[in-house]
Design a protein around this ligand. Structure first.
Ligand code: GTB
Length: 221
């Protein structure tokens, strides 16, 4: 059964693949599972039909037969559990890969999102310039530890896994702003993830949505 995911009809990231459908697309591409995409407007996201799938009125969602899922991390885990390729075969390796998925979403992503939200929405506040270094430090603390753990390895724990997929995806958000580039091994890790053919297919698919939307403007990275 072909799953259907939802994505922004008009993503504010202007084709950069930073919205959270990107991780789901990438996971589906990694395992070779074709999928359909239903594009939703901001208005539709807040309507009861979409909220029945996603209680918080957000994208992405995932529908497959009588299963409806929300939360990009849970969707990626579901895909990784149903198909070979994104989780190790051995039970302990699998558990550790899942731990990295949680680390990406609950330890590394929150300070990144908080800093980004401040940059986007608090620019005009008189305290913005004072708060920004502190938010940057909170991101840096996580990146220092992640960089140390990754060291010279290609991936976090052996072969590429759903843990790497989510971690690279999370690091893509601030990549290019300078903060990830302070850690050359993390910048290389992101580049390694982005070089995967499955990532490129997922990126191109979401970029095609941006192009079709008719919004003019350049790709920012
Ligand atoms: N925890 C949920 C998950 O992981 O699935 C969070 C889902 C979520 O944040 N969805 C966002 C959304 O639907 C889109 S991805 N927002 C609409 C709303 O809340 O009303 C977040 C996002 C948005 C825009 C950019 N950007 O422009 O760069 C990046 C990321």
């Amino acid at each position: 059964m072909t799953p259907t995911i939802t994505a922004f009809e008009s993503s504010p990231d202007r084709g950069r693949g930073l919205a959270r459908d990107m991780a789901v697309r990438w996971a589906l591409e990694e395992v070779g599972q074709p999928y359909d995409v239903r594009l939703v407007s901001f208005k539709e996201m807040k309507e009861p039909a979409h909220r029945a799938l996603q209680p918080f009125g957000q994208i992405p969602t995932y529908e497959e037969g009588d299963l409806a899922l929300f939360e990009s991390g849970a969707i990626v885990l579901h895909i990784a559990e149903r198909h070979p390729g994104l989780l190790p075969e051995d039970a302990n390796g699998r558990a550790r890969a899942i731990a990295w998925m949680f680390a990406a979403k609950s330890t590394v992503e929150p300070p990144i999102v908080e800093r980004e939200a401040a940059i986007l929405m608090e620019r005009d506040k008189e305290w913005h310039e004072k708060r920004l270094p502190m938010l940057g430090e909170r991101v840096r603390v996580r990146l220092v530890d992640l960089s140390r753990r990754l060291g010279g390895a290609d991936w976090l724990d052996g072969a590429f896994s759903a843990g790497d997929l989510l971690m690279v995806n999370v690091l893509r958000r601030p990549a290019g702003t300078g903060i990830v580039e302070e850690f050359p091994n993390l910048a290389a890790y992101v580049a390694r993830g982005e070089a995967r053919p499955a990532f490129k297919r997922a990126f191109d698919a979401q970029y095609a949505v941006f192009e079709r939307s008719g919004v003019t403007g350049q790709l920012l990275r």
